[in-house]
Design a protein around this ligand. Structure first.
Ligand code: B12
Length: 299
């Protein structure tokens, strides 16, 4: 078996649904400190593994917001966010790095995959697009043809030169001229509106992408449950347009969470991810009567 097949087999046997490889030349526009060679000198390939979220876990978000069942939100936290996906991704990244070092004698560095796995080294979204797994959705995270945004990814850097996968070149997955569900369902209007100046453009390899600019502080308020209406215990943030300072002050006041492994909860929202129609959303959720649709929650 060739090395690429061994890498993919290691990823899939550790619970992953997808795996892609990007060559280092696709990262020329990386900002300072975020280029793969800033983390692994001599890095030649960037491998990305991905796991889809279970439909049964995404539907817990519909119950939370459509049936006021905030007690079910922890299911998304456990199986869709903090615990299982991140731990599985961590194991898969480690397994892929082991395959490379054992078989090739090249260096392989598995990166952090999210909460509880030691910080942010690189933009995983950019790596996933560069590795051909999908495209940026307007909401800024990566859509895959089969699962839309309902995926989480992990990254392995290596000095090995591995045949790259082509970047996604199929029908565009997101059409923000026709669909504005992600911006409409966002409860704090954190995602820039299509047509406004709140957007980002970036180039990966030969391709240039544009997507909505996400206000991190606005996104953090519902995601981290910083208000009662988003599952929080208090209204820790009261302004509708918080600054990073407001978020830092709220974080300093919030007690350590006792309802999960994470000290600070960061899995309370997920509305943009849940209602995005890309990735057979209609067949998976609407046709099965698991949701009444985005209009139920748009305020
Ligand atoms: C911090 C963080 C958050 C914060 C901040 C919001 C945000 N949008 O990132 C909070 C907690 C609010 C959050 C929310 C969510 N997150 Co989050 N988050 C992260 C995390 C850990 C780090 C992001 C970061 O700071 N990156 C580093 C900086 C440098 O990158 P950046 O800001 O994206 O990049 C900018 C520039 O530096 C430049 N750039 C950076 N690198 C490169 C490289 C090249 C080549 C180029 C050209 C440019 C470039 O482009 C950007 C624009 O200027 C990533 C994991 C990761 N390591 O990437 C997950 C991640 C982005 N999150 C993820 C998810 C799923 C979510 C939520 C859906 C969770 C939820 N609530 O259910 C929401 C989605 C919100 C949204 N619409 O964006 C997933 C996305 C998966 C996917 N399908 O793409 C990731 C990738 C985690 C994972 N392991 O899969 N998140």
């Amino acid at each position: 078996m060739d090395i690429k097949s061994k890498i993919k087999e290691a990823a899939l046997s550790h619970g992953m649904d997808m795996c892609g490889v990007a060559s280092i030349d696709r990262f020329q526009e990386s900002p300072p400190g975020r280029h793969p060679t800033d983390i692994l000198p001599g890095c030649k390939s960037v491998i990305v593994v991905g796991v889809r979220l279970l439909d049964g876990v995404v539907q817990a978000n519909f119950r939370t917001y459509e049936n006021n069942r905030h007690d079910l939100k922890g299911l998304y936290g456990t199986y869709g966010y903090t615990m299982l996906p991140n731990f599985e991704l961590t194991y898969a990244c480690y397994a892929v790095a082991q395959v490379i070092e054992r078989n090739l004698g090249e260096t392989a560095t598995p990166l952090s995959t999210g909460p509880m796995t030691n910080g942010t080294q690189i933009s995983i979204r950019h790596c996933a697009v560069a590795a051909g797994l999908g495209e940026f959705g307007w909401m800024s995270i990566v859509l895959t043809p089969e699962f839309g945004p309902r995926n989480r990814f992990g990254v392995i850097l290596t000095t090995a030169e591995i045949e790259p996968d082509p970047m996604y070149g199929g029908t565009p997955l997101c059409d923000p001229t026709k669909c504005r569900i992600c911006t409409d369902v966002c409860p704090t209007k954190a995602i820039g509106l299509y047509g406004s100046e709140d957007k980002r453009t970036c180039t990966l390899g030969e391709k240039t992408y544009t997507y909505g600019k996400v206000s991190f502080p606005r996104c953090q308020v519902p995601t981290q449950g910083m208000r009662r209406e988003f599952g929080g215990k208090e209204d820790w943030v009261t302004t509708d347009d918080p600054t990073p300072q407001d978020i830092a002050e709220a974080n300093a006041k919030m007690p350590i969470s006792s309802s999960g492994l994470q000290h600070g909860e960061s899995w309370h929202c997920g509305l943009c991810l849940s209602y995005c129609p890309v990735g057979k959303w209609k067949e998976r959720f609407l046709d099965r009567e698991l949701t009444g649709g985005a209009n139920v929650v748009i305020k």
